[in-house]
Write a protein that binds this ligand. Sequence first.
Ligand code: RB5
Length: 142
Amino acid sequence: MIAIGSDHGGFELKQEIMAHLEKRGLEYKDFGTYTPESCDYPVYGKAVARAVASGACDRGIIICGTGIGISITANKIPGIRAALCTDCFCAEATRLHNDANILALGGRVVGPGLALKIVDTFLDTPFSGDERHKRRISMIED
Ligand code: RB5
């Protein structure tokens, strides 16, 4: 189950991503926002991060205008490793190296075509499991 959420700056891209997840037959839970009206990104960043941290959802996707505010918010929740990605190289690397459990995107930064490729790369790349990466990840929350 994928948790997804955005503020108004990511609202349009969230709709595109949800349609894409549906096409791929992937289950998701939409934590809002549900309208394009102006709203506060921490509300949605926290909701998605808590769903992932609790184990209710396996991965998360969060979107605001830049992806910055919502990723800063999500990374405050223990157990969350939210990665703001603007390209597929970073999306792949953050899964392989950081075992990132949330992908953050900027709805005003990446176009929908690239964003969907980033989403696919993030969802389809497993963690490498390498000892050095496990060690570094465990050091994050020491
Ligand atoms: C909202 O205008 C904008 O500040 C927000 O979407 C995000 O970019 C914050 O980091």
